[in-house]
Design a protein around this ligand. Structure first.
Ligand SMILES: [Zn+2]
Length: 128
C-alpha cells in the first residue's frame, strides 16, 4: 500500500515573518529527509513530499569571509563576517552574518553561533 504523500508550502513571506519571531523555518523531505532552507517544490531526488520544519537556532560556522566593503543594506554594519552555518540536528546549512568581526582571529571555523532575531537585513548570528 502506497503511503499518502502530502506537500506543505512555505512562502518567502511566512519564512521571513518566522525569522522576525526568532524561528528558522524550511522544508524537509518526508521521503528522504533532505532539508532545505530556500523554499523548493521538490527535493534533489525528485520527491515532492515536503513538510514545513522548524530548524535549530544554533550551529557551527563552516566558512566565512570578512566584509569591509558592503552592499547598501549593510553600509552601517561593516566590518562583519558573512558566515555559512551548519545548523544543529542535521542542518541545513544557511548563510548569515556575525557583527563586529574585523580580523580573521576574531572568528574560527567551528565557532558555535546562535541565530538572533533582528530588524537588520539577513540572518544575524552571535557567538555562543
Ligand atoms: Zn527527498
Amino acid at each position: 500500500m502506497a503511503e499518502a504523500q502530502t506537500q506543505e508550502r512555505l512562502t518567502l513571506k511566512a519564512q521571513k515573518d518566522a525569522l522576525r519571531d526568532g524561528r528558522i523555518m524550511g522544508l524537509e523531505c518526508g521521503a528522504c529527509g533532505e532539508r532545505h532552507f530556500t523554499p523548493v517544490v521538490r527535493c534533489s531526488k525528485g520527491h515532492d513530499a515536503l513538510r514545513v520544519k522548524e530548524y535549530a537556532k544554533e550551529g557551527r560556522v563552516v566558512s566565512y569571509t570578512i566584509q569591509v566593503v558592503a552592499p547598501e543594506a549593510f553600509l552601517n554594519e561593516v566590518p562583519f563576517a558573512w558566515v555559512v552555518v551548519d545548523l544543529d540536528g542535521g542542518g541545513p546549512r544557511v548563510s548569515g552574518w556575525v557583527p563586529f568581526i574585523a580580523k580573521p582571529d576574531e572568528l574560527a571555523i567551528g565557532q558555535r553561533v546562535k541565530f538572533t532575531p533582528s530588524y537588520k537585513p539577513g540572518m544575524v548570528f552571535e557567538k555562543v
